[in-house]
Design a binder for this molecule. Structure first.
Ligand SMILES: Cc1cc2nc3c(=O)[nH]c(=O)nc-3n(C[C@H](O)[C@H](O)[C@H](O)COP(=O)(O)OP(=O)(O)OC[C@H]3O[C@@H](n4cnc5c(N)ncnc54)[C@H](O)[C@@H]3O)c2cc1C
Length: 410
């Protein structure tokens, strides 16, 4: 019997991690990753604009895919504390602090550049006998047949696979080709991102303040600067994106309450529209969704990539299990196991973040209730530890998301 082929649309962090995990799986397969853009190379001299707060479960997934050692060696910034507040300054009523020491962990996660994750995975896969990454190419059309899916690529190539995985982001063309419906709603907000020099050191702490327009976060970078992720109503975000550096920094100091003192200079700014999106089904015969193709969440807790990497780890485990047992990897029964294991976790996070977004936009008396609520959680040890462990993805590792090897060992 010929070796099954798995076609992955999208060479983003989620698609490449899935490929890396399949490369080290016990079951034999061929993997083709199709990515329309030529990947930008990691620049040791400048921290890339897009950074993610990666949880422990994401670190484990990247480690298994062989990419964590080069990421850690180059530029991963561990953060040990997280301080969230709504009023004038952290520490008073309406604030909460998470410390890695409270849950016996060395840190609460790492801030890592998007370009570094991609670079490390691509370098790791370059020597693979199983995985072929085709850049500058997209899937133009797919024909789902009973025993295979046949994809026409924009470079003229035809790929016959047993399974196509949509890892091609929020606007996933392959999700549309598979006819998998979504529910989506725009937040009427954009996030502005930039890196900023701060007067006071960031103390390996992620700072997040809720201000009336939306949350603003300062994430600690390895080079001593902080990465700003600022969610704002669209019109205000457009105006600030076009403002002079001077005006932008003044607004930034105001929004952060100068928690890290005077700010500036800043790096170039980027702007991203914010929405919530969820696919009603994650799979169909011979097709499956992972990452932002399946779910998009508000960035206020920095969880979108973490959910996507958990999808990749879980799907890799299910595919590997099917390969080892001689099952058809495109069979709906195999794909439904993945959907069942991931959907509840994704929906929990999506609903919680959506609720938080709306809660923090309520004016008046709601502000008092929020302040009391945050302070109550801050003093309630078990509740706080539950939130921190969940944000780190520690509950996932307990359930064997690292793959078949761990389940076998457990
Ligand atoms: C401002 C902001 C801050 C965020 N911060 C965090 C954070 O701190 N932590 C966190 O966990 N998450 C964070 N997120 C969420 C995170 O960015 C996404 O969840 C994550 O990028 C999803 O990864 P992905 O690989 O699924 O999709 P993407 O990163 O969107 O990658 C999709 C890939 O598919 C490719 N593609 C596009 N079209 C096609 C096509 N036709 N065919 C094939 N491939 C295609 C793209 O080129 C890309 O390489 C943040 C999001 C925003 C907007």
């Amino acid at each position: 019997m010929s070796v099954p082929t798995i076609l992955i649309s999208g060479g983003g962090p989620v698609g490449l991690t899935l490929a890396g995990l399949l490369d080290v799986g016990r079951g034999d397969c061929r993997v083709v990753v199709v990515e329309p853009h030529e990947p930008p190379r990691w620049n040791p001299a400048e921290t890339g604009l897009r950074v993610y707060a990666l949880s422990r479960s994401s670190q484990h997934a990247l480690d298994r895919a062989g990419a964590w050692p080069p990421i850690a060696a180059r530029r991963a910034s561990p953060y040990e504390r997280m301080r969230v507040w709504e009023g004038d300054a952290p520490g008073g009523l309406g604030s909460i602090e998470f410390d890695c020491a409270e849950i016996g962990e060395p840190n609460l996660g790492h801030i890592v550049e998007d370009v570094l994750i991609r670079d490390a995975l691509l370098e790791r896969l370059a020597g693979s006998a199983r995985v072929r990454v085709v850049t500058g190419t997209a899937i133009d059309a797919i024909d789902v047949r009973r025993d295979a899916v046949v994809a026409a690529l924009s470079n003229g190539e035809t790929v016959r696979a047993q399974l196509v995985v949509a890892a091609d982001g929020a606007r996933s063309p392959v999700r549309t080709m598979l006819g998998l419906p979504t529910v989506a709603r725009g937040y009427g907000q954009h996030a502005i991102v930039t890196h900023v020099v701060t007067e006071r050191p960031h103390e390996r702490t992620a700072w997040q303040r809720f201000v009336p327009g939306g949350p603003i976060a300062l994430l600690p970078l390895a080079d001593g600067r902080s990465s700003v992720v600022w969610s704002l109503p669209t019109a205000r975000a457009e105006a600030l994106a076009a403002a002079s550096d001077e005006d932008f920094i003044a607004a930034l100091e105001d929004a952060t309450g100068r928690v890290l003192g005077r700010l500036g200079p800043i790096s170039p700014r980027g702007r991203f529209p914010l929405q919530v999106l969820h696919a009603m089904r994650y799979c169909c015969p011979r097709g499956v969704l992972v990452g932002d193709a399946a779910h998009v969440v508000h960035p206020l807790a920095g969880q979108g990539m973490n959910l996507g990497l958990a999808d990749a780890a879980c799907l890799a485990g299910e595919i590997d299990r099917a390969l080892v047992n001689g099952l058809d990897v495109g069979d709906l029964a195999v794909l439904r196991r993945y959907e069942r294991r991931r959907k509840a976790d994704n929906v929990d996070m999506l609903v919680a973040l959506d609720a938080l977004h709306h809660l923090f936009r309520l004016p008046g008396a709601a502000a008092v209730l929020r302040a009391v609520g945050l302070s109550v959680v801050d003093t309630a040890g078990p509740a706080k530890r539950w939130f921190a462990r969940r944000a780190l993805g520690l509950h996932l590792d307990c359930e064997g998301y690292r793959g078949t090897d761990d389940r076998a060992a457990a």
